[in-house]
Design a protein around this ligand. Structure first.
Ligand SMILES: [Fe+2]
Length: 216
C-alpha cells in the first residue's frame, strides 16, 4: 500500500524563501547579487532517535501499516523546502523526523514514562525531490516532562553538510521556559513554525518549515 503523502505545494519561490526566513546579508544588494539565507541552526539529537527504525518509516506518521486505528493527537501536515544558502533547492536530501506520541512518549526502549500509542509511527523519512520539497503528515507535537513541544529533524545528502535540529511551534507558552529553545537566542526564529488550519482533508493543522543547509 502506497500511503506517501503527496508533495503538493512544496515549491517555494526564492522571494518567498527570503521573506520567510530573513536575509543574513546583502541587504544593500540589488538583482541577483549574492544574498545569503541564514542557515538553520543546529540542535542536539537528544536521547530518543529510534534504537531501530520502524518497519513502516514513510512520511505518514499517523498511519502505521497494518493498523486500523490512526494515531491519537491533532493531525498536522509539515512541509517545506530544503535549500542551500543561495536559495538553490537541494534534491535527494534525506529528511528524517522523530517525535513523541500524543501521550508524550517516544517509541524508544529508554522512554517508559507514559502509555505508548501503538498507532503512532514515531519516526518518518522522506527524500526531497527536484524542488527540494518535503512533506510529512504527523501530529502536532506535545510537551513531555522538561521539554516544550518540538519535532526532531535530521538531514543528510550529497552537496550539503548534515544537520540535526528541532522544530518548535510558534506561540507555545512553554517555549520561554525550555532551555534548549532559549539557547537558540535570535536564531530561534528560524526553527519556529506557525501552525495554521489545514488545507488538506484529514488534517487539523499545517505548517511550513523551510530548512537552509550549509554547502558540504
Ligand atoms: Fe525530544
Amino acid at each position: 500500500m502506497n500511503k506517501r503523502v503527496p508533495t503538493t505545494a512544496t515549491t517555494h519561490s526564492r522571494r518567498g524563501l527570503l521573506g520567510g526566513l530573513g536575509l543574513l546579508a546583502g541587504l544593500g544588494c540589488t538583482g541577483n547579487a549574492a544574498a545569503l539565507l541564514a542557515l538553520t541552526p543546529v540542535q542536539t539529537r537528544g536521547p530518543f532517535y529510534p534504537a531501530s527504525l520502524p518497519l513502516d518509516s514513510d512520511n505518514d506518521l499517523v498511519h502505521v501499516a497494518g493498523h486500523e486505528r490512526t494515531a491519537s493527537g491533532d493531525v498536522t501536515d509539515i512541509s517545506g523546502s530544503v535549500t542551500d544558502a543561495s536559495g538553490n533547492p537541494l534534491a535527494g536530501v534525506r529528511v528524517e523526523i522523530w517525535q513523541c506520541d500524543a501521550n508524550g512518549r517516544y517509541h524508544h526502549p529508554r522512554d517508559t514514562h507514559a502509555r505508548l500509542d501503538p498507532d503512532f509511527q514515531g519516526y518518518g523519512q522522506y527524500l526531497t525531490g527536484k524542488d527540494g520539497g518535503y512533506r510529512f503528515r504527523t501530529i502536532r507535537p506535545v510537551p513531555y516532562p522538561g521539554r516544550t513541544p518540538h519535532v526532531h529533524f535530521a538531514l543528510s545528502g550529497a552537496g550539503a553538510k548534515p544537520l540535526v535540529t528541532q522544530m518548535y511551534v510558534h506561540g507555545e507558552p512553554l517555549n520561554r521556559r525550555d532551555a534548549l529553545f532559549r539557547s537558540l537566542g535570535d536564531s530561534a526564529e528560524r526553527v519556529l513554525v506557525r501552525l495554521r488550519n489545514a488545507s488538506q482533508p484529514g488534517a487539523r493543522y499545517e505548517g511550513t518549515f523551510n530548512i537552509v543547509l550549509a554547502s558540504g
